[in-house]
Design a protein around this ligand. Structure first.
Ligand SMILES: Cc1cc2nc3c(=O)[nH]c(=O)nc-3n(C[C@H](O)[C@H](O)[C@H](O)COP(=O)(O)OP(=O)(O)OC[C@H]3O[C@@H](n4cnc5c(N)ncnc54)[C@H](O)[C@@H]3O)c2cc1C
Length: 133
């Protein structure tokens, strides 16, 4: 990915810089737009302005499952909860998973919502089978 990005003639990397502020064009309400970001040099602390028309923040691809590490739940090699079937069942009876913690393939809002619906139905059926609802 790094090589692909660096090979783009119209892409520029601002090394050792982090975005610390966003500056408005000064217009009000719905007409307000981003004018620039303030960059801070992570080595020197020096700040500079970069004129931009948009800002996309990427968070990363590590599933937030660390807090479950001692739960007995099983994970795949990348840290996603390992679903045992095409349903939402995990390795622990009565524990169902959905969304980005259990999907290393699609990681989209709509797929996470669909998986959430599947997990809710699976949980309802599980409770029903136990005579709990
Ligand atoms: C920058 C970015 C852009 C994206 N753009 C798109 C897009 O354009 N289209 C699209 O379809 N998808 C997009 N996605 C992906 C989409 O946001 C996710 O696939 C979706 O939000 C996953 O839903 P989720 O419910 O599984 O997880 P999340 O939405 O991440 O919800 C998990 C929740 O659990 C909470 N949580 C975490 N740990 C704990 C804990 N220990 N205890 C209690 N609560 C906890 C979190 O605070 C969070 O509220 C984007 C994601 C990012 C990061």
């Amino acid at each position: 990915m790094q090589e692909r990005f660096l090979s783009k003639p119209n892409a520029k990397v601002h090394w050792n810089k982090q975005v610390v502020d966003c500056l408005s064009d000064g217009k009000e309400g719905m007409n307000e737009k981003l004018r620039a970001v303030v960059l801070e040099d992570t080595k020197t602390g020096e700040r500079s302005e970069l004129t931009v028309k948009g800002l996309f923040i990427a968070i990363g691809h590590t599933p937030a499952t660390k807090f479950l590490k001692d739960s007995g739940l099983e994970f795949d090699g990348a840290g996603y909860l390992d679903l045992k079937t095409r349903h939402s069942n995990t390795n622990i009876d009565g524990v169902f998973a959905a969304g980005d913690v259990a999907d290393g393939e699609y990681r989209q809002a709509v797929t996470a919502a669909g998986m959430g619906c599947q997990a809710a139905l699976d949980a309802e059926r599980w409770l029903g089978a136990k005579g709990l609802v």
